[in-house]
Ligand binder design. Structure first.
Ligand SMILES: Cc1cc2nc3c(=O)[nH]c(=O)nc-3n(C[C@H](O)[C@H](O)[C@H](O)COP(=O)(O)OP(=O)(O)OC[C@H]3O[C@@H](n4cnc5c(N)ncnc54)[C@H](O)[C@@H]3O)c2cc1C
Ligand code: SF4
Length: 505
């Protein structure tokens, strides 16, 4: 049963096998997998529980409702990076774009050979990938649902001899309503609020929304439980408390909050690595003005991908930007801006995602915030961003774009291929880009060596027995692809380990 603030009328005491904190990609999976095996599970979620009834397709309303700090969360740096996070049942999966990738094999091999993850074998992950993909229905979509921008990109890429492919999505009966990031109005997206959490609920897990974990109880090197509080989402007032005694605790608050939570309590940081190693997949958006009607709002928000440049750390992926957000993304004022707003239906957008070598860091939060993140994109990643933007601009010109908006302050408008050639040569600095990111990872890294990592390969803390980190925090490098399936896969594997070893705790 999912209980929210308004359902609670007294302090709560629970004594369970497993307490999971967070209901996003990592938390929901562990909660369902273990409840299904018959373990007594409680899951805490700081955000509220929303359903299709609450979704009105207005990005402003939905961001205020389902995103942490209404979508204004940033990492401080030069340039600052916007890193938006979901805060609701389903976590960031409830507001994500539903694209699905398995972890690339070469990434697993790199972790194993270069990042002290000796024992991780790609082939052994395959059954877990399959289990996750089955649960969230990873599927290929029909051309009409993939949207017009994908067709434009495919056309331009073909001209240049580049292969554009459709992305896979975790959806059932998706109609291409294109509002995945503001709550799927068709209940088509199989985010954890509609896939794993209802199953966890059916298997008997108790799920508490509007419930913030505040303290980990640790005794003699073992985790003993969690203390939390119910918070009124309207007034932010704290009311009833929850005290949970648990044999195992899984932290799944996301790669920014989990390390902030541990650092604040001075826990699980003997290696000094907790909070270090933040990667974010910095993203850029390129917008093209086309002659034709694009109608970018028809179809999924991310239809296609180009992985031709993945070896260089550059992925090109679809994005769709609703009018209000698009208006902020475009250059120009007055008549210029009005012109573009009027020609919204002729605008196509495509994204650049960089596999970053930059490392940021998370510190304990101040003034009531759950974390403080710092990240300044390095020059090598800025060059990758420029290359990625150039490839997208080239493809848009090949598809017939009148002009291209690069998203780079050093040269925001490209009116022709000549401009594009110039853009490829000008001096670029990291702060010339408006950095957006959606995939924080890597802040409680896994590894064999307790002196250089936070958790082992089963995602259990080297230091505190029974404490697991099952969100995006344990991955030693960026993935180069969108991470939800990787997070769910490692969470499934950790759940299997917890179930097999419960007698030890
Ligand atoms: C706009 C957007 C689009 C994206 N699109 C894609 C995509 O298409 N494909 C893809 O693979 N990935 C995508 N992602 C990323 C993906 O959704 C995340 O990487 C993934 O959900 C992270 O999982 P997680 O378990 O680490 O954390 P989350 O899913 O963020 O879950 C953490 C949860 O913990 C809760 N929490 C935090 N602190 C506490 C506390 N103290 N007590 C209780 N609860 C707490 C939070 O409220 C949150 O609900 C996207 C992200 C965004 C923002
Ligand atoms: S495109 Fe529309 S129907 Fe499909 S998953 Fe996204 S919001 Fe749901």
């Amino acid at each position: 049963m999912i209980q929210e603030y308004r359902d609670i009328s007294d302090h709560i005491i629970e004594d369970v096998d497993v307490c999971v904190i967070g209901t996003g990609a990592g938390g929901a999976v562990v909660a369902k997998e273990l409840a299904e095996k018959g373990l007594d599970v409680v899951a805490l979620e700081e955000g509220s529980h929303f359903t299709v009834k609450n979704f009105n397709q207005d990005p402003g309303d939905m961001m205020a409702m389902m995103y942490r700090d209404s979508g204004t969360t940033v990492a401080l740096g030069l340039p600052p990076a916007s890193i938006t996070l979901g805060k609701c049942i389903g976590g960031t999966t409830t507001v994500n774009s539903a694209t699905c990738f398995r972890t690339p094999q070469e990434i697993i091999e790199k972790w194993s050979s270069e990042y002290e993850c000796n024992g991780l074998v790609y082939q052994e992950l395959i059954p877990y990938f399959e289990r996750v993909e089955n649960e969230i229905n990873v599927t290929e979509l029909t051309q009409d649902v993939l949207g017009n921008i994908y067709q434009i990109i495919k056309r331009g890429a073909k001209e240049l001899g580049i292969d554009a492919k459709p992305l896979k999505h975790n959806v059932r009966n998706c109609e291409g309503a294109g509002v995945c990031q503001w709550g799927c109005i068709r209940k088509a997206k199989q985010s954890t609020d509609v896939s794993y959490i209802p199953k966890a609920d059916n298997y008997g897990a108790r799920i508490y929304a509007n419930c913030k974990a505040r303290k980990l109880v640790v005794e003699s090197g073992r985790v003993r439980g969690v203390e939390g509080v119910f918070i009124d989402p309207k007034t932010n007032k704290k009311r009833y408390r929850i005290s949970i005694t648990a044999k195992v605790v899984c932290l799944a608050m996301g790669a920014l909050i989990t390390p902030g939570f541990l650092l604040k309590q001075n826990l699980a940081n003997i290696s000094g690595m907790t909070g270090k190693g933040l990667t974010i997949h910095p993203c850029g958006r390129v917008v093209a003005e086309m002659e034709e009607d694009v109608l970018g709002h028809h179809g999924v928000s991310q239809g296609g991908q180009i992985d031709t440049f993945a070896d260089e750390g550059i992925m090109l992926e679809g994005i769709f930007i609703p009018p209000g957000v698009m208006a902020m993304a475009l250059p120009g004022v007055g008549e210029d801006h009005k012109y573009l707003a009027k020609h919204y239906n002729n605008l196509a957008a495509f994204g650049v995602m960089v596999s970053d070598t930059t490392r940021g860091r998370v510190f304990p939060g101040l003034l009531g915030y759950s974390y403080l993140a710092v990240y300044s994109m390095n020059q090598a990643d800025a060059e990758k961003m420029r290359k990625g933007i150039s490839h997208v601009a080239d493809i848009f010109f090949a598809a017939g774009a009148k002009r291209v908006f690069s998203g780079c302050y050093a040269m925001p408008v490209l009116n022709s291929r000549n401009d594009l050639n110039e853009f490829r040569k000008i001096k670029i600095k990291p702060w010339h880009f408006e950095v957006m990111a959606f995939h924080p990872l890597g802040t409680c890294r896994m590894g064999n060596n307790p002196m250089s990592s936070v958790v082992d390969l089963n995602l259990e803390s080297h230091e505190i027995k029974g404490l697991f980190v099952t969100d995006g925090s344990p991955f030693p490098t960026s993935l180069g692809v969108n991470p939800q399936v990787t997070i769910m896969t490692f969470a499934t594997r950790a759940a299997e380990y917890i179930n097999a070893n419960l007698h030890r705790y």
